[in-house]
Design a protein around this ligand. Sequence first.
Ligand code: 13P
Length: 255
Amino acid sequence: MSKKMIIANWKMNPLTSKEAEKLFTGVAKEVSTIKKTEIAICPPSIYLDILKKIRTSKIKLGAQDAFYGDMGAFTGEVSAQMLYNIGAKYVILGHSERRAQGETNVFINKKIKSALDASLIPILCVGENIRDENHGYFNLVKMQLEECLSGISKNSVSKIIIAYEPVWAISTTVNRKDATSADSLEMAIFIRKILSDKFGPEASKMRIIYGGSVNEKDCADFLKNGGVDGLLAGRASLDAKKFVEIIKICEASSK
Ligand code: 13P
């Protein structure tokens, strides 16, 4: 089994490159002994170049989005190939905060294919906005997976990481609720079934992680009981101490 992953999504933070360096260094200096956990930090892409220069073999860099194609007339966009060239290894795609701005499954699908072509590892975010009584959210997640992964070959599917992020549990969602490790487990099982129906045995190599207000207090429970291979942290990753604590808890929980 592959290592567990702890991934930071800094979102549109922090405000300056100095603060970004400080936050990154604050994590890097505490994780030199980590062996059983993969760590990735996804800052705003403008900071990738500076952070790449901070020496650490323990932390990989990722981006929070990547446009399809290599280059061309796409004002304001950055391609997967450009991000790879600058040192990114991962890219978050289909985050709910981008979907809220109109990003569709079809569009995300194009981006996943481009990311794979550029040798970036896509972290595909799926998750429902609300939980309805009729359990329609299962169908929604199924559709997100099927449309976003449409036309992806069985050979490349093992590289893709699926992040289940229920939007109602994200720290910035108004009137948010806590998701439990049981919510995560139930959805992780469901996602695994869809992936294995679609891709066969190769699907067992795909990692499923959980995100939605994870913190240093509940991460052990999600890692132990949530049926997932890692965590995607937003707010908690903006505090070096808290993020390091999550990494160390993950490390201690890994066999
Ligand atoms: P929070 O941890 O702030 O809820 O963010 C989760 C998330 O959206 C990570 O991608």
